[in-house]
Design a protein around this ligand. Structure first.
Ligand SMILES: *Cc1c(COP(=O)(O)O)cnc(C)c1O
Length: 392
């Protein structure tokens, strides 16, 4: 109950999916158009997304997971192939490697201040069975992609960029997703830009991208849209594919979200700057990427709690103050399926997994609310409550 002397409780959510009248109008247009599956709006969304990345083309898919699956498949990952992946990421990359019959080999991250894939550990884990490396741009901050790509190329191994957190982030080496061999994006509800569910793939080699485009729709030589438009009904299937097409409604939302991204990012950048300022003085607290100067998607506002501060207690105190938090991520190699089932498939000759940085981070990482509908007051509120919680 809210009365004059008990003010409404402050509430800050981790993410916010409020869409504008523009997204609603764009979906309404598609719904009245007579074609709801992937078609001209999807093709236009692909071209616009590619242009934003200075990439020649892109393929829209039904999720970030689908993007990773098609990427690994287009690179020919199959039974027994080892793929080096970070453990500190969403389970999707290890899952898609495993689904292809491959074996995920988990590598450590650099440090609490830079929790992205460690090039030295990638080098250590390379064997003649290594067939790809997946880097992930944690929170939208660039992984050491150039360095890892150079190292992988020396072994003839392609690099997949999991850029789920990092749509349209420019670096001196190029936009994230275009530095390695193939880039995968996600438009899941909690991401920087969303289509509800969705994803995108870009690739350096146009033949690889065409394999992705083909396998997205069962490798049919003529798409349903083409057959409907041209009145022809024959087709062949020269390969093994899936149905990972996005809907035309999702692509219509995607076009609007892509156009809104620069404005949203300016807001996120300012909020992140305030967070960094306010959290600087908290004893023992590490804020990853605190000294990062270049472009980033500001997807997550992750902090590393001081040693000995119990995360569940901090999360409980913040929750009681109306503040939503999350953890990105429980290390994949400690999840029961990967620990109990997948670990047993590793070749005994592959160097042993050692993940001390990831395991130390496992209990101390905490993601604070960060989204474009937040205010500076929200940041001050969250930073204040976190400072108290850490000191208790
Ligand atoms: C969200 C996410 C994915 C998976 O994307 P979906 O669209 O949810 O399938 C993969 N990797 C990372 C790092 C993610 O954050």
């Amino acid at each position: 109950m809210t009365t004059a002397d008990t003010p409404a409780p402050h509430r800050v959510d981790l993410a916010d999916n409020t869409v504008s009248a523009q997204e609603i109008a764009a979906v309404t247009d598609v719904l009245s158009s007579g074609w709801l599956s992937a078609g001209p709006v999807t093709r236009d969304f692909e071209r616009r997304f590619a242009a934003a990345l200075d990439a020649p083309d892109a393929v829209a898919v039904s999720s970030g997971t689908a993007a990773l699956h098609l990427a690994l498949s287009a690179l020919g990952i199959g039974p027994g192939d080892e793929v080096i992946v970070p453990s500190l990421t969403f389970v999707a990359s290890a899952a898609m490697v495993t689904l292809q019959g491959g074996v995920p080999v988990f590598a450590d991250v650099l440090s609490p201040g830079e929790p992205t894939l460690a090039p030295d550990d990638v080098a250590r884990l390379m064997t003649e069975r290594t067939k790809a490396v997946v880097v992930m741009h944690y929170g939208g901050y660039p992984a050491r992609t150039r360095e890892i790509t150079d190292l992988a190329r020396a072994h003839g191994v392609p690099v997949v960029e999991d850029a789920a957190h990092a749509p349209v982030v420019r670096t001196p080496d190029g936009a994230l997703g275009t530095i390695g061999d193939i880039g995968c994006f996600s438009f899941f509800a909690s991401k920087n830009m969303t289509t509800g569910e969705g994803g995108m793939v870009v690739a350096r080699d146009p033949d690889v991208l065409e394999r992705v485009r083909s396998a997205r729709a069962h490798c049919l030589t003529r798409s349903t849209w083409d057959r409907m438009r041209t009145g022809t009904s024959d087709y062949d299937v020269p390969g093994l594919g899936l149905n990972y097409r996005p809907t035309e409604m999702a692509s219509a939302i995607g076009r609007v979200q892509l156009a809104r991204l620069p404005d949203d990012r300016r807001i996120r950048r300012e909020l992140a700057r305030r967070y960094h300022e306010m959290l600087q003085g908290v004893p023992g607290l590490t804020v990853p990427f605190a000294t990062h100067q270049a472009d980033t998607a500001h997807h997550l506002m992750a902090v590393v709690l001081p040693p000995g501060v119990p995360r569940p207690k901090v999360q409980e105190l913040l929750k009681a103050a109306g503040i939503q938090t999350s953890v990105h991520y429980p290390p994949t190699h400690l999840l029961s399926y990967y620990r109990d089932v997948v670990a047993g498939r590793r070749d005994p000759a592959t160097p042993e997994q050692r993940l001390p940085v990831t395991e130390a981070l496992a209990g101390t990482l905490l993601s604070l609310p960060l989204h474009a509908r937040m205010t500076a007051d929200d940041v001050a509120y969250v930073a204040g409550r976190l400072t108290e919680a850490v000191k208790r």
